[in-house]
Ligand binder design. Structure first.
Ligand code: CP
Ligand code: NVA
Length: 311
């Protein structure tokens, strides 16, 4: 798909539901703009391109970083964000997504949604007259990849041609890493237990850039970046025990980090479970950039909001 296909043909609205809603050039431009916006913010420069603009945020799952980064970003841009949870909106009492989309988009300038089925975010976008941003679905987490790729660039420069290793579940984060590998042209090793591989449609789409294995040591050898995520994602809480057993050999440890290149980084979208998917020594160690990565959610999403609402 190229960039010209990314606009809804009926509404002419540009959404950000997955990374490939951006062209590779747009992805790179967003990252460099995020770096500029970060410098401006750190200098204390006031920049309010979204004065009087409103972002309505629907959260059907928990969040710390996504909620606070969007809310802070809108405030810094001179606008406002509204937090909507199913507990206290009519969405939680069964009001159809299509109706909610029409109503919310008649009042707000942008919608953000964190939900379970990816199709729900797509339906929201289909009926919204304003841009819809995906703040995580069961399938993908594209906003996190904007921040992760910004962090890699800031710390180590160009990622094209580098080797990234994903350790653990073939989940929403893994799928977004696969699409990032395709767009930014890096090699992605995916080390996951049998039965926890990424979905076939993502494998088919990104096959030129990925390699899937159960051999975690081989996957980490000579890597430039090692990334992991929780063993049980939101909505999979009941599988926790089964998953703990299946993922037992898939913890990112110092021994694994030693197999990677000397200047390899460690990333995790957070929240993390020390002693499960990553040892405390690694996540709190020198190669870990998880705090920079978390802060970059703010700057990268400000670049995204500016891209969707101002440009
Ligand atoms: N990484 C991430 O999306 O964090 P939250 O679940 O806290 O938003
Ligand atoms: N894979 C995790 C990511 C949390 C930010 C989840 O979906 O719960």
């Amino acid at each position: 798909m190229n960039a010209s296909n990314k606009t809804d043909p009926v509404t002419k609205v540009r959404h950000f539901l997955t990374l490939t809603d951006l062209s590779a050039d747009e992805f790179r431009q967003l990252i460099s703009r995020a770096i500029e916006l970060k410098a401006m913010q750190h200098r204390g420069e006031i920049y309010e391109p979204l004065k009087n603009k409103v972002l309505a945020m629907i959260f059907e799952k928990s969040s710390t970083r996504t909620r606070v980064s969007f809310e802070a970003g809108m405030a810094q841009f001179g606008g406002h964000a509204i937090f909507l949870s199913p507990r206290d909106t009519q969405l939680g009492r069964g009001e159809p997504i299509e109706d909610s989309a029409r109503v919310l988009s008649s009042m707000a300038d942008c919608l953000m949604v964190r939900t379970f089925e990816h199709g729900k975010a797509e339906l929201l976008a289909q009926y919204s007259s304003v841009p819809v941003i995906n703040g995580l679905t069961d399938d993908v987490h594209p906003c996190q990849l904007l921040a992760d790729m910004q962090t890699y660039l800031e710390q180590r420069g160009e990622i094209k041609g580098k080797t990234v290793t994903w350790v653990g579940d073939g989940n929403n984060m893994c799928h977004s890493y696969m699409r990032a590998a395709k767009l930014l042209e890096f090699k992605l090793n995916i080390a996951c237990p049998e039965g926890f591989e990424p979905q076939q449609k993502f494998i088919d789409e990104c096959s030129d850039h990925i390699e899937i294995t159960t051999d975690v040591s081989a996957a980490c050898t000579s890597s430039d970046l090692i990334v992991t995520d929780v063993w049980a994602s939101m909505g999979q809480e009941e599988e926790q025990k089964v998953r703990e057993a299946a993922f037992n050999d898939f913890q990112v440890t110092s021994e694994l980090m030693k197999l990677a290149n000397d200047d390899a980084l460690f990333m995790h979208c957070l929240p993390a479970h020390r002693g499960e998917e990553v040892s405390a020594e690694v996540i709190d160690g020198e190669q870990s950039v998880v705090w920079e990565e978390a802060e970059n959610r703010l700057h990268a999403q400000k670049a995204l909001l500016e891209f969707l609402l101002v440009n």
